[in-house]
Each structure stands twice: as structure tokens, then as C-alpha cells.
Design a protein around this ligand. Structure first.
Ligand SMILES: Nc1nc2c(c(=O)[nH]1)N[C@H]1C(S)=C(S)[C@@H](COP(=O)(O)OP(=O)(O)OC[C@H]3O[C@@H](n4cnc5c(N)ncnc54)[C@H](O)[C@@H]3O)O[C@H]1N2
Ligand code: MOO
Length: 431
């Protein structure tokens, strides 16, 4: 967290509703301080300060077409310069070297300097130059009757922005066009809000990282994808660590006091994300560890399925901690429900928006619980996947979105909320 940001005090939300949990996570975040990054690293970041034009844009009056800058009425005497030997990069300056008198013209390239006195640019295809000395320029057969109109094909200086004018206001989520505009305005770097650093702490002694697990073991589903998923959501992973299922190791990883060599160095991020161990069994240490480090619980369980044991806490030093359940689908749904809005808030972005879909089937009520169901969109209807249980991944892997089914259920053709998947936001919806 930013040192300057006062923590938001929220009442703990035991068994918060799904919507409360999302908003509490967003509200718990305060945008981080800004940093300055080169233009090619600014894409997707939030602009921290207004970007002004450092000089007029464009910064000189130039030709929009290849041809001749002309003054007065035709025919024009084409002037040439005495010193044609110029370096290649200066070629666009040549046309502006001396002022034109009425009845004169000078060759000009697209982007070339408009000389003083010029009134228009005549396109090369609209003019004919005689072989005489000095050469005379007249309108060619292909010229339009009114050509050239006053000011035609001249891009005036400052047409897009004057010097000092705000070209991109603070708070914008920077897209490629913003970056290009910042370059044109003369910037090499941009001030952007710092991306939230995320430390990922994976628990589960039964979890293996490669090969085929034996009964009682499971393959790790978080390590190979969660860092990239967090990156897609605008975070930056600083460490990924595995913790043994032992209270003192979990406490050490969360603690900013040097309880042992694992302290803070393991998890220095603005946000800590843990996986597993959220339960109340003898083997689950997360709750006890949070108590031991005096964490303030902001969300203690969410009335949703899957993912109900999810927690959000603030550690004494201000870092935020999201405890994801160990079940693979439950953890992913908890990421969409609270990690995404938390990262939105920390990076100064608006809360990511849900969309609406039409339910493709009736879904039974589940009193008191919101269900998050992977679905595919077929014929504009959301069809829930049969692989929706908390340990299953096939449903999400094939999904186009996640339906947010309210506790009272829904009927076919009813509009229900849906979460777009972070890896699909740039794709057209499936039909
Ligand atoms: N008596 C109760 N038992 C359980 C409840 C309950 O309310 N009462 N809730 C169930 C639900 S729902 C969930 S979700 C889980 C939450 O459990 P934990 O967060 O403590 O997670 P673990 O017990 O550590 O693991 C659960 C499950 O997930 C597997 N796992 C863990 N890490 C990974 C990983 N990196 N990759 C793949 N799979 C992982 C782990 O092996 C377990 O099978 O509690 C239920 N029980
Ligand atoms: O809440 Mo658990 O996450 O249903 O599987």
C-alpha cells in the first residue's frame, strides 16, 4: 500500500454476499503511488498525471501530399535551392528554406515544411512542369477545376493541440493510440500508477509440481497459471513460494517481523495471495496464522459456490491478503470475485464490469448462495457447463463466461449477470 494512503476501515464481512464481497474488495484498495516508465512499458497502465503537448502538434506547418507548395495564381515559377546537398533527415526541411513570392512554387514532400508565403499544396499528379529554364508549373489535365483551394493539403501547426494543452487526461487506461499520441506530444516517459505487486504463497503438502500424482497427492493447478492470470488482471508477481503446512512457516511468511528467514522476504508484495488451508481442520493453518499476526479480516467467507471459504484481510503493515480456497475452480472463482476488483482498485482503474447474458436453461434456487457457473454462449444463450464443481476445471477451460446465478435461481431467457473471462475480453463473443 501507499504510505500516504490511509487504510479504509470496513466492518468485517462474515459470509458477505457476492456483490458485497466484490465492492468491499474494491473499497479496500487505494491506488498505489506513481512511477515513471518508458512509453513502450506504459500500455495498459493508468496515467497518473495529465499529459500535455510539449510543443504544438503538429509542431510545424507541413504538406499532406507530395507535390508543390504554391503562392498566387498559376503558372508558377518553380524555384530551386542553391545547395541541394543535404543530409537525408533534412530533406523535409528543404521546401521551407525560403519564402515564396506570388507566382512561385517549390517542390515539397508529404511532411515537408511549408515555406512562408505558400497558400496551398498542389498534388504532384495535378501539375505539369515545363522543361524551360526556369521551369514553369501549370495545372495538369488531371487537376480539378478548383485546385488548389486556399490552404489545401496544408497541415497547420498546432492543429491537434497547442503547446501546453492537455492531450491525455490523468486516469486514462493507456491504449496503443494514447502511447502514440504521447510520443507525438514529445514524451519519452509517462507517469503511471504503480502496478500492484503480488506475492503468491501456495500451501498443500500433498501438492506435487510435475508428473503423475499418486492417490492422496494432487498436481498443482495454481503455480503454472496463477502468475500469468494475475498479470492479465494488471498485477505483477514478485514471488511465488510454496509453504509447508506448518503454522510457524505460514506465520513467518505473513509476518513483517523477522520471525525467521522466511519473513517478509517471502511475501513483500502489496497483496499476498495464499492458496489452500482456509478450512478449519487440524491441517489448515491460515486462519490461525492470520490471528497470530493480528490481521484484520475484511471478508470472512463469501455466500457463493464454489469459493465460500475465501477471505480478505489487512495485515498490520497495510499489506492486503487474499486467502483462496484450495479447490482449483473455487480458487479461480474467488480470483474473479475479489482479486480482480482489488487489483482494479490498487492500480486506480474502475471496477471491472460485469455484462448480462440470457440464461439458456432454468436453474434451481440455492437459498443464500450465489452460484458462479462456467458457461458457453450458444445462440445468444448462456449454457451452463456440467463441469461446475469446485474441484473441476473442464467447465472453465471451455467457457465463454461465468454466469452469476442469484440465490433465487433463474428461468430460461432471464437476463443474469456474467463475468467475462480475462483471457477472452479481446475476443468477440462466441455465437
Ligand atoms: N467440514 C468442512 N469441510 C470443508 C468445507 C466446509 O465448509 N466444512 N468446505 C469445503 C470447501 S467448499 C472448500 S473450497 C475447501 C477449502 O479448503 P482449503 O482452502 O482449506 O483447501 P485445502 O483443504 O488445502 O485443499 C482443498 C482441496 O484442494 C486441493 N488443492 C490444494 N492446493 C492445490 C493446488 N495447488 N492445486 C490443485 N489442488 C489443490 C487439495 O488437495 C484439496 O483436495 O474445504 C472443503 N472442506
Ligand atoms: O467453496 Mo468450495 O470453494 O465450494 O469448493
Amino acid at each position: 500500500m501507499s504510505d500516504s494512503a490511509a487504510p479504509v476501515i470496513l466492518p468485517a464481512q462474515p459470509n458477505a454476499s457476492w456483490a458485497q464481497a466484490r465492492h468491499a474488495a474494491y473499497a479496500a484498495a487505494r491506488p498505489l503511488p506513481y512511477e515513471t516508465v518508458p512509453l513502450d512499458e506504459a500500455l495498459g497502465r493508468i496515467l497518473a498525471l495529465d499529459t500535455t503537448a510539449l510543443q504544438p502538434v503538429p509542431h510545424y506547418a507541413s504538406a499532406a501530399m507530395d507535390g508543390w507548395a504554391v503562392a498566387g495564381a498559376p503558372p508558377w515559377t518553380v524555384i530551386t535551392h542553391e545547395e541541394p546537398e543535404v543530409e537525408r533527415w533534412q530533406i523535409h526541411r528543404e521546401s521551407g528554406r525560403r519564402a515564396l513570392q506570388p507566382g512561385e512554387a517549390v517542390e515539397i514532400l508529404t511532411g515537408g515544411l511549408i515555406p512562408e508565403g505558400a497558400e496551398a499544396v498542389l498534388r504532384s499528379e495535378s501539375g505539369t512542369v515545363s522543361a524551360s529554364t526556369p521551369p514553369q508549373l501549370t495545372l495538369g489535365e488531371r487537376a480539378r477545376e478548383s485546385e488548389p483551394r486556399p490552404g489545401e493539403h496544408i497541415r497547420p501547426a498546432g492543429e491537434e493541440a497547442s503547446a501546453g494543452e492537455t492531450a491525455i487526461p490523468a486516469g486514462k487506461l493507456l491504449n496503443p493510440a494514447h502511447i502514440a499520441l504521447a510520443a507525438v506530444c514529445g514524451h519519452d516517459n509517462l507517469p503511471v500508477l504503480r502496478s500492484p505487486r503480488v506475492s503468491l504463497l501456495l500451501t498443500g503438502d500433498e501438492v506435487i509440481e510435475a508428473g503423475l500424482p499418486e492417490p492422496g497427492q494432487v498436481r498443482d493447478t495454481f503455480g503454472p497459471q496463477m502468475p500469468q492470470l494475475i498479470t492479465m488482471l494488471g498485477g505483477r508477481i514478485d514471488v511465488v513460494r510454496r509453504l509447508p503446512d506448518r503454522l510457524e512457516d505460514v506465520v513467518a511468511a505473513l509476518s513483517s517481523d523477522a520471525t525467521d528467514e522466511h519473513s517478509i522476504a517471502m511475501s513483500s508484495g502489496d497483496v499476498l495471495i495464499t492458496t489452500g488451508g482456509t478450512g478449519r481442520s487440524e491441517a489448515d493453518y491460515l486462519r490461525r496464522a492470520l490471528e497470530e499476526v493480528n490481521a484484520e479480516l475484511l471478508i470472512d467467507g463469501i455466500a457463493m459456490r464454489p469459493g465460500h471459504p475465501t477471505m480478505l484481510a489487512r495485515l498490520e503493515d497495510g499489506r492486503l491478503l487474499v486467502a483462496l480456497p484450495g479447490n482449483p475452480l473455487a480458487a479461480m472463482m474467488a480470483v474473479f470475485t475479489i482479486v480482480q476488483p482489488l487489483l482494479d482498485g490498487l492500480r486506480g482503474a474502475p471496477i471491472s464490469r460485469e455484462r448480462h447474458v440470457l440464461a439458456g436453461v432454468d436453474l434451481e434456487p440455492l437459498p443464500g448462495r450465489t452460484r458462479l457457473v462456467p458457461c458457453s454462449i450458444r445462440d445468444d444463450r448462456a449454457m451452463p457447463s456440467p463441469y461446475f464443481r469446485s474441484g473441476m476445471l473442464r467447465g472453465l477451460a471451455e467457457a465463454d463466461a461465468v454466469m452469476v446465478v442469484p440465490p433465487e435461481g433463474c428461468i430460461r431467457d432471464q437476463a443474469v449477470m456474467a463475468l467475462p473471462l480475462p483471457w477472452q475480453v479481446n475476443r468477440a463473443p462466441a455465437g
